[in-house]
Ligand binder design. Structure first.
Ligand SMILES: [Zn+2]
Ligand SMILES: [Zn+2]
Length: 296
């Protein structure tokens, strides 16, 4: 960690008629300020995670907010490393997150009720009946999640619509979809509303915002993030419980490896002992046999 640097995470669903123009202007701005990270602009909005010096991240926000479309954004900041992203990637895309729906969800028209971290905390303490539905990928869930939460059985967010039968029994219950920073749940909760779920919320600001306020409490383990930090927690004494288990030998671990079979490349939790000499590991016997066959 390097307190001179800040990692910034934000999104906004807002109509952008000229995403290519915005992309070009934003790329220039980021280059001038020496920022690195991933920025996606689309007709439906913006989704960003970037890192820079504290001062330059501040200047970035000031510049961004000169465009009224980018006002009223909930910015999430954490301490950087100075090296969280290998490069700057600024893209214009069709969507900022994709559910592969023919008739896509516009969260400004249909979405779950925003539930503040303090409100969710209170629900836990009152013992209210509600169900946290984790909309992240399985490897993100494995290393950390809300106690008692339900994981959607998908490899990828875009598979959520076809996996809804898994939570059919919760249609009439209070449900709270969660994801890292909230951008995925804006759409996922809208989808639940459209599919007839009757009491749909979403965690405002995502898991990041909950952990920031209540570290090492109802969210167990550590939070997977899409940068070189791999995982993060806000717990200064590092007293969080490790919930991740090595996919191979089941000992507690929070380190990941990619499958050595490049065509598979599956991300798995893997302890130090189970790694091969080059730090990789096989996700399965099938992948191991596949590679042995090729080298034989
Ligand atoms: Zn192991
Ligand atoms: Zn594999």
């Amino acid at each position: 960690m390097n307190p001179e640097f800040t990692i910034l995470l934000f999104y906004k669903y807002v109509r952008i008629d000229n995403p290519e123009e915005v992309r070009d202007a934003q790329r220039k701005l980021c280059e001038n300020l020496g920022l690195k990270g991933r920025l996606i602009f689309a007709g439906e909005g913006v989704n960003v995670t970037l890192e820079g010096t504290k001062e330059n991240v501040k200047s970035y926000i000031e510049e961004l907010e000169k465009d009224s479309r980018f006002l009223n954004i909930h910015f999430k900041r954490s301490v950087g490393t100075g090296d969280a992203f290998p490069k700057l990637s600024v893209k214009a895309r069709k969507e900022i997150v994709s559910l592969h729906l023919e008739n896509d969800i516009n969260p400004n028209e249909m979405t779950g009720i925003h539930l503040k971290p303090e409100e969710l905390k209170q629900w836990y303490e009152e013992g209210k009946e509600f169900y946290v539905i984790d909309m992240r990928n399985d490897y993100e869930f494995k290393v950390g999640h809300f106690k008692g939460s339900v994981l959607m059985p998908v490899q990828n967010f875009r598979d959520i619509p076809s996996a809804l039968s898994h939570i059919e029994h919760l249609k009439g219950k209070t449900v709270v979809p969660v994801c890292t920073g909230g951008v995925r749940c804006e759409k996922a909760s809208g989808l639940l509303v459209r599919e007839g779920f009757t009491d749909v919320y979403q965690l405002d600001g995502g898991i990041v915002s909950y952990m920031e306020k209540f570290p090492a409490e109802e969210f167990k383990g550590t939070l997977y993030v899409f940068d070189r930090r791999i995982t993060m927690d806000f717990d200064p004494e590092d007293k969080h419980e490790v919930v991740g288990l090595c996919d191979n030998c089941n000992v507690k671990t929070e380190t990941f490896a990619n499958c050595r079979n490049k065509q598979c490349n599956k991300k798995i939790l893997c302890c130090e002992n189970c790694r091969l000499e080059d730090g990789t590991a096989f996700c399965s016997k099938v992948c191991e046999a596949f590679l042995l066959e090729k080298t034989a």
